[in-house]
Design a protein around this ligand. Structure first.
Ligand code: KG4
Ligand code: ZN
Length: 331
């Protein structure tokens, strides 16, 4: 069974071909980072226009890499939200056209569900598990009992964690996207140089707030002299504060609910320090923790194909007039 997975939720145009729900025959991600770098962030209109230019070419390329023709595809999984609405619609419209021309069904996939389930591309994680999806657009803790059986335990009340990294990097003129740059620069730094606030860490809920941490960091930079000598220490301290809250709340959810399995997905999950903190704390608490390979943490079509495969084999395909959404609720 061959499933095509498409994700155009933000600034990556991604296509993948998955066989039998397991075997990834091809996985292509065309990043638009160079286009958006000069603006220090994603410009939605530019992103949508670039998706239009790229989709057809990437479709051909992914088939070529998989050594297949379009006729071999049985179903198309495509992100139908949440994301930048113009970008989401570009992938969705392309998928609808392809669905009509090939006479195969389309399956609209929730992007957050795809991030949470991407782990299943590489590991057989037993249900139920606690998932933390932490990216540029989302920071959310879910209890996942099966495909389609989710409960939102908490989410950010303002900025997503990755967004805070990106905004701080922009403020300091370090480049875009900020997450990977801050990770690299933090490697040289001392994480206990400054004790930044850990917003909401002791609150009796699983919500987050990263905007206050971002402001505390920006105020610190304005107040104190930041130079080449101490920048790594300051960034490393900021990173530590953000990850301390993420790990603390996710582990608390796992312990309180009594599910000793955590999955971490989304772009920020590719961060080596975040992985180390989770591994260390989970091993102390006898909790199993799973991270995908970095290429499946950031946006990709493979995770969409994985979810779509499940819905296809359980006969849950979408109507051809399925809408795209900038925000989506879990039911
Ligand atoms: O999952 P993703 O590719 O797109 C969204 O759905 O948002 O995540 C992108 C986000 C950006 O905010 C980026 O700065 C962050 O993930 N990110 C990182 C790292 N790599 C990407 N954050 C921290 N450390 C990293 N190594
Ligand atoms: Zn994403």
């Amino acid at each position: 069974m061959i499933i095509l997975g498409i994700d155009t939720s933000c600034d990556d145009t991604s296509f993948a071909v998955l066989r039998n729900g397991r075997e990834l025959l091809a996985n292509l991600v065309s990043s638009q980072i160079d286009l958006h770098r000069v603006f220090g962030g994603v410009v939605p209109e530019i992103a949508s226009r670039k998706h239009v230019e790229l989709v057809d070419q990437l479709y051909r390329e992914v088939l070529q890499n998989a050594n297949l023709s379009g006729k071999s595809i049985q179903a198309i999984g495509v992100t139908s939200g949440p994301g930048l609405i113009g970008s989401v619609l570009m992938g969705l419209c392309f998928a609808k056209g392809l669905s009509l021309s090939l006479g195969i069904p389309i399956i609209g996939v929730n992007h957050i569900e795809a991030h949470a389930m991407s782990i299943l591309l590489e590991y057989d994680v037993e249900f139920p598990f606690i998932a933390l999806v932490v990216s540029g657009g989302h920071t959310i803790i879910l209890r996942i009992d099966d495909f389609g059986l989710y409960k939102v335990l908490g989410s950010t009340r303002d900025d997503a964690a990755g967004e805070a990294f990106d905004k701080i990097a922009k403020f300091l003129g370090l480049g875009y996207p900020g997450g990977r740059i801050i990770e690299e620069m933090s490697k040289e730094g001392k994480p206990d140089h400054v004790f930044f606030p850990r917003p909401m860490i002791d609150d009796n809920n699983y919500d987050f707030s990263f905007s206050g941490l971002k402001t505390a960091m920006i105020n610190y930079i304005k107040k104190y002299n930041v130079n080449n000598e101490n920048i790594s220490d300051i960034l490393s301290s900021f990173q530590e504060a953000a990850f301390d809250v993420l790990a603390n709340k996710t582990l608390r959810a796992a312990k309180n609910i009594g599910i000793p399995r955590i999955v971490v997905g989304g772009g920020v999950a590719s961060n080596g320090r975040l992985r180390a903190i989770f591994h260390e704390r989970c091993s102390k608490d006898r909790i199993d923790v799973f991270f995908s390979s970095p290429e499946f943490c950031t946006d990709n079509g493979a995770m969409v194909a994985k979810v779509a495969h499940h819905y296809y084999v359980t006969n849950k395909t979408s109507p051809i007039d399925i809408a795209g959404y900038s925000r989506m609720k879990f039911h």
